[in-house]
Design a protein around this ligand. Structure first.
Ligand code: SF4
Length: 275
């Protein structure tokens, strides 16, 4: 038990796994489950039963993952590694395990490109390592809404949105390639255009690009989303949102990419403009 939350330590068999995301060659997930407890999290469906059934209250820590990574990074084909894809790499137990800075060093040393996504300003703990390896990595921070009450409703234990923006700005000012993940956009929860415009305005002022996407209601999310007032993403709603987000971004001169098109952005980044 850890502050009323369960942490189970296990030994993993592999450090680098396959990712379902086209833009990633590997996923690096030091934890299974996530103490941020976001109700919309697609990882609920990908987590072991004990974690899924009490989402946000239990996490499995893969304590030998750095030893495994040392070996795999030497022998696996080089590529892009997502840190992390089904957990938050900087949830509070990372203060104890300190897996991420070691992973960044190993992956960078062995020629991998790293893309980090988090909701936590704890990422600033590693800013010196991130800066040192900035040619080999980018860092994204998720914002669902700048309104604390909306954030608390759908991501009850995640750090406050204002703290996340501060962290993003500090990373960007350090010359680290940063992006803001706007989403997931959920009908009737965080699809207010005024709120979205404030987020885009921040990105316009700070020169940070946006990746955005809509909520996908995987079955595991449904019991947790009940009571939030959400409506399922329908095509007409999303077509309108997609149009409005692109329009607002264009007004503020902000580069934006739909998450499912991010692989095109990554290919263009590596090989020049292709799309
Ligand atoms: S921070 Fe990310 S991984 Fe953690 S619960 Fe929220 S969406 Fe899922």
């Amino acid at each position: 038990m850890n502050n009323g939350r369960n942490v189970i330590e296990i030994e993993a068999k592999h450090a680098l796994g396959k990712s379902g995301m086209k833009e990633l060659d590997y996923a690096f997930n030091p934890y299974l489950g996530c103490f941020h407890g976001c109700r919309y999290c697609y990882a609920i469906d990908m987590s072991p039963d004990a974690v899924r059934e009490n989402w946000g209250t239990g996490v499995i820590a893969r304590t030998n993952i750095i030893q495994l990574l040392e070996r795999e990074a030497r022998i696996y084909r080089k590529g892009v590694v997502g840190v992390s894809t089904i957990t938050d790499p900087y949830q509070y137990i990372e203060m104890k395990y300190r897996i991420i800075p070691a992973a960044i060093e190993i992956l960078s040393r062995n020629g991998f490109y790293i893309t980090i996504q988090t909701k936590s300003p704890m990422v600033l703990r590693d800013i010196a390592i991130l800066e040192k390896n900035k040619k080999n990595l980018d860092v994204g921070i998720t914002i669902t809404s700048l309104k604390p009450e909306v954030s608390r409703l759908v991501e009850p234990y995640a750090p406050a949105p204002a703290k996340r923006l501060e962290a993003l700005q500090k990373l960007s000012r350090s010359g680290i390639n940063t992006w803001l993940y706007l989403g997931p956009l959920i009908q009737n929860v965080n699809d207010n255009l005024d709120g979205i415009e404030k987020i885009v305005e921040f990105c316009g002022k700070t020169g940070i690009r946006i990746i955005y996407d809509s909520f996908q209601d995987f079955s595991g999310t449904l019991p947790y989303m009940a009571g939030t007032g959400y409506m399922r993403s329908d095509q007409a709603w999303w077509d309108r949102m997609d149009y409005d987000i692109k329009r607002i971004c264009s007004e503020y001169g902000v580069s934006c990419t739909l998450e499912r098109d991010e692989w095109k952005y990554e290919l263009s980044r590596k090989y020049g403009k292709l799309f």
